[in-house]
Ligand binder design. Structure first.
Ligand code: SF4
Length: 173
């Protein structure tokens, strides 16, 4: 049974500029069941990699940086979404930080899952879909392969279908 107060963290990277626009605090979690051939980081698949942190500990780390926004990545944050759901809810309630999240699942699958929905409700942008080596494109913004999409999560939930995130390089969203 997943503990909603715990996130299994492999590392927290401060001020990254590759996991979404602007400076971001990236939470790299353990656990991924997607096994994409050519995955850049297979050591993150093991759910026991890294160590447990409480949601409060991860939150305190994030808010210690007043300016950086936030990215959830891994591994796959949706492998065990409840800790991230609680963290995202707290970030949205207590800060104005935006949240990007990477996943190997697609948006249309995630909306059918109750636990996944708890996390989606507080995300701004979802970078979705498995990494596909044959569609790899290094020119893509914040994605590895061309099947992956930048999902505007709130607009997509409202519309009941995928709405692409309208990326504006001049706005740190
Ligand atoms: S979803 Fe990401 S971490 Fe998981 S196997 Fe695919 S590329 Fe690797």
């Amino acid at each position: 049974m997943e503990d909603e107060n715990i996130i299994r963290v492999i590392s927290i990277v401060d001020d990254t500029v590759v996991d979404g626009p602007g400076f971001r605090t990236a939470i790299y979690c353990a656990g991924c069941a997607n096994a994409c051939p050519g995955c850049h980081n297979p050591s993150t698949w093991d759910p026991k990699a890294g160590s447990d942190m409480t949601v409060q500990e991860v939150f305190d780390h994030i808010v210690s940086d007043e300016f950086a926004n936030v990215t959830f990545t891994g591994g796959d944050p949706f492998f065990r979404p409840l800790g991230f759901a609680k963290l995202a809810e707290k970030l949205k309630a207590e800060t104005d930080k935006n949240i990007w999240c990477y996943t190997g699942y697609v948006f249309e699958e995630l909306v059918k899952n109750q636990d996944a929905m708890k996390l989606l409700r507080n995300l701004d942008v979802l970078v979705d879909g498995p990494f596909k080596q044959e569609l790899k494109d290094e020119d893509l913004l914040y994605r590895g392969s061309s099947n992956q999409r930048l999902v505007d999560v709130q607009k997509s939930l409202e519309a009941g279908r995928f709405v692409e995130f309208d990326y504006n390089p001049f706005k740190l969203q």
